[in-house]
Design a protein around this ligand. Structure first.
Ligand code: ARG
Length: 715
């Protein structure tokens, strides 16, 4: 039996390996064992040790997590970093004013001293990782309740984090994989002095806007550049004019020889979240309840924001970044609903779960696994309506700054209120900075409208018990939403910057928790997080069942994949440069690349999404591409690979077999939006900026050749 099982696992593994060479987000520490041979066959010329080593410099030292949500890479010995334009967008917006609008006009530092420091921006270097599954799981057993189990694991995690942090030098994070069946720790080092080096204008960096977002063919120069600074010893330091550019352990050489279909391509980066192990009933919940609410609430917020953004440039700069990130996932989730429905993903998953359930109910497995599938299904049945409700509310929180005021400014104000008399002056100083930043980032009228629109939608569509205090307050004003909102602000110290400052200087004995806007926000968040004993117990039952499902799928050989879901930890994916086959939605181009001429074919003068700078078109007319043109004469813009990435990989380096930079990953394609749940061998692609386009824009378009000269170029 055991032998049969082992060979069954080996067989699945073997088949899986050849069918899905491009599928998988792999751990760097296992490459030698799991992927090396396959990668070599496809074109890798590095050893596993040259990709990930804890003893000497390796590729991993040139890949950083960018500001918590994206990826970036080091491309010079002076700490120059490259990431996407949409990853740097928030920082660029923050540094912009209507008079110096770098989003609209682009900007390049002509010397180091000009490089600009946004308020908070950090990059995270990966030092090492290790497996602590045994250490943690030896401490727990199957008879414990989930709460007991969680408590013990938490304690062990805290100990591991402490042991490896070297007294705060490193950030250590222990994460669970395979739904709690494995644990690894990750050691990181954060650098906080990160400065803007340059950015193309929106008309290049965000060319095509939301219309082209998630689409192929694509013509976007989605890149921006920053630099990491350190103290004179190379250690992380707060911003200071005496800081110097970091001398990294490794920087990526840049290869401008060009890419061909079939070329090996690998990507290292920080994929945020996939749900490849999600059960069928979970997919159904997302498709029918959660995502439709997400999509509708996002659209409502976007419409409200857009009206105010169109009114004046200062408001546009305030909301550009928030708008773009809501719009990004609005289109993504709509695409997921469509793709998951079209490909009947839940149905094929359910079939596999049926096979698992048969295995699970064989006499030898029944005790441990017999109820797993039933428990999971009844959990989703019971939470479908709540998931819709929760999504309406969560998107409201994402779009309205005042809905979450109890989470943002609230705790800081309360800390100030609680501070000892002698500490108050200092506390007030830092608090005032936060308050100033908050009011600088919003427009009051826009916020009122965003909140009114989101709240109206929530009350009308949640189809579930809504926040009771809001229902009552609205009844008192005969359900007049605008009156309700006006009163809420009028009676609150948060109504204006001046009012809040006056309150902080003299509260007249009122506690901030009694403020109507503050308690409105507190009540909403509490309502979202509310759990009854029964729902808490059911949630725990579900977590246990999901963990057992994954364990059982792996044990039975019925698992369809061999790698853990993405969770913002460093992964490698490998495959090749590859074209998207023609299908009904995408019949324009079957190429694996697009060209500058293609961008110009989309050009619409003065359009918010498809305008192009004159200078770029002149360069194209003159075929003045410098050394960056393809040998066939065209200027490449974007290309496709069949790598397996997701959100968070944005800005990741695309590398050839020698570990040289050939592109910059920035998007996925709408045909494969089911990809976070199931990898599609035929349709799933990564959309990349060709590195030659990046260099062409910097050198020929922006005239910032000194920045290209910093790099190690392979010609
Ligand atoms: N789809 C891209 C990603 O998730 C983001 C692109 C941002 N551009 C935009 N038009 N909203 O990485």
């Amino acid at each position: 039996m055991t032998r049969l099982k082992t060979s069954l696992i080996a067989l699945t593994f073997f088949i899986g390996f050849f069918v899905h060479a491009d599928e998988g987000m792999w751990f760097l520490m296992f490459i030698e064992r799991l992927n090396q041979r396959d990668m070599e066959k496809m074109g890798l010329q590095l050893t596993a040790d040259e990709i990930y080593s804890i003893n000497h410099s390796s590729l991993k030292d040139a890949v950083v997590q960018f500001n918590g949500g994206c990826t970036a890479e080091i491309i010079s010995k002076d700490g120059l970093i490259l990431t996407n334009h949409h990853c740097g967008f928030g920082a660029i917006a923050e540094l912009s004013t209507p008079a110096n609008d770098y989003l609209t006009n682009g900007w390049w530092a002509s010397k180091r001293e000009d490089e600009m420091k946004p308020k908070s921006l950090y990059v995270r270097f990966f030092v090492r990782m290790d497996d602590v599954s045994k250490r943690i799981l030896d401490k727990v057993n199957g008879t414990m309740t989930e709460s007991e189990r969680e408590k013990i694991i938490k304690e062990e995690i805290a100990a591991i984090e402490k042991e490896n942090s070297e007294n705060g030098k490193y950030t250590v994070s222990v994460r669970s994989f395979f739904q709690g069946n494995e644990y690894y720790y990750f050691v990181y080092q954060d650098y906080k002095d990160v400065r803007l080096v340059g950015t193309p204008p929106n008309s290049i960096g965000k060319f095509g806007g939301d219309t082209d977002n998630w689409e192929w063919p694509r013509h976007t120069g989605d890149f921006s550049m920053f630099r990491v600074y350190a103290d004179s010893l190379g250690n992380p330091a707060e911003f200071s004019s005496t800081n110097v550019p970091l001398q990294p352990k490794h920087h990526l050489p840049v290869n401008i020889k060009g890419v061909q279909e079939g070329d090996f391509a690998m990507i290292l980066g920080y994929p945020g979240r996939t749900n490849r192990w999600l059960p069928a009933s979970g997919i159904n919940q997302n498709v029918k309840f959660a995502y439709p609410a997400w999509v509708e609430a996002s659209k409502t917020a976007m419409d409200a924001m857009k009206i105010h953004m169109a009114k004046d440039p200062a408001t546009r700069l305030k909301y550009d970044s928030k708008y773009a990130s809501i719009a990004n996932y609005w289109k993504n989730r709509a695409g997921m609903i469509e793709a998951l429905t079209k490909f009947k993903t839940a149905k094929s998953k359910a079939k596999n779960e049926q096979a698992f359930n048969n295995w699970a109910n064989e006499p030898t497995h029944k005790e441990k696994y017999g109820k797993v599938v039933a428990t999971i299904n009844s959990f989703y049945d019971a939470t479908n309506d709540k998931s819709r409700h929760d999504n309406y509310l969560s998107i409201l929180f994402r779009s309205s700054a005042f809905a979450t005021i109890s989470r943002s400014l609230g705790p800081q104000i309360q800390a100030y209120e609680r501070a000892k008399e002698e500490d108050k002056a200092i506390a007030l100083q830092t608090l005032k900075i936060a308050v100033t930043d908050f009011y600088a980032s919003i427009s009051l009228q826009a916020e009122k409208d965003i909140l009114a629109a989101g709240l109206s939608l929530y009350l009308a569509k949640a189809n579930f018990p809504v926040v009771p205090s809001i229902e009552l307050a609205l009844m008192a004003v005969k359900n007049d939403m605008n009156l309700f909102i006006d009163n809420l602000f009028k009676n609150s110290v948060f109504e204006t910057y001046e009012k809040l400052l006056a309150y902080l200087d003299n509260s007249n004995g009122m506690a901030i928790s009694d403020d109507p806007l503050m308690s409105f926000s507190t009540n909403m968040i509490a309502h979202l997080n509310q759990r009854t004993d029964a729902s808490f117990a059911q949630q725990n039952e579900f977590l246990r069942a999901y963990r057992l499902l994954v364990e059982g799928l792996r044990e039975s050989g019925l698992a369809t994949i061999e790698y853990p879901d993405a969770n913002s930890t460093l992964r490698l994916t490998y495959g090749k440069v590859s074209a998207l086959p023609k299908d009904k939605r995408n019949d324009a181009v079957t190429n694996y690349y697009t060209t500058l001429q293609g961008a110009i074919n989309k050009y619409k003068p003065n359009d918010a999404e498809f305008d192009l700078p004159k200078r770029l078109m002149e360069l194209n007319d003159a075929k003045d591409f410098g050394e960056y043109a393809d040998k066939n004469g065209y200027m490449p813009v974007n290309f496709l690979t069949n790598n397996d990435i997701t959100g968070g990989n944005s800005g990741s380096p695309v590398l050839n077999g020698k570990g040289e930079l050939i592109g910059l990953a920035f998007d996925g394609n709408i045909e494969a939006m089911a990809g976070d749940v199931i990898f599609d061998d035929l349709l799933q692609k990564t959309i990349n900026v060709d590195i030659r386009y990046v260099l062409f824009i910097i050198d020929k378009y922006a005239g910032a050749k000194h920045i290209v000269d910093e790099m190690t170029i392979i010609r």
